[in-house]
Write a new protein. Structure first.
Length: 131
């Protein structure tokens, strides 16, 4: 991945196409950024967190300027911009061509913001909350 970096940790990976640029993993274990159109994103640390764009560059959409700040097994996938997950466990923000943007999950467990939620949703901790 072009001009991306991993500071420390173990088994962290940034992979994918040339469209993956300016990404950063600060540390942790088994965190990943992958597939197409993932740029200017950060995973601060934690374990098994993922930011993975579309599986090909024909599907459309991208993940841009998004952040996962630690936690375990959190995911930002498909497509989306300016999305944030701050810690917690198994939280997810998922998208497709009509992607969620400017969404935030703060901690908790099994919270999810899905493609039909589109813009500016906030889930604060708790568990099993779906938009």
């Amino acid at each position: 991945a072009c001009q991306s970096g991993i500071q420390s940790g173990r088994s962290n990976v940034i992979s994918g196409s040339n469209y993956n640029a300016f990404n950063f993993i600060g540390g942790g274990v088994s965190n990943a950024m992958c597939n197409y159109n993932v740029s200017t994103n950060t995973i601060g640390g934690g374990s098994t967190n993922k930011m993975c764009g579309n599986i090909d560059n024909l599907t459309g959409g991208s993940i841009q300027t998004s952040v996962i700040v630690g936690g375990d097994s959190n995911t930002i996938s498909g497509s989306g911009a300016r999305t944030v997950i701050i810690g917690g466990f198994r939280n997810s923000i998922t998208g497709c061509q009509f992607s969620p943007s400017a969404n935030v999950i703060v901690g908790g467990m099994d919270n999810s913001i899905k493609p039909n939620c589109i813009y500016s949703n906030f889930i604060g901790a708790g568990g099993y909350t779906y938009c």
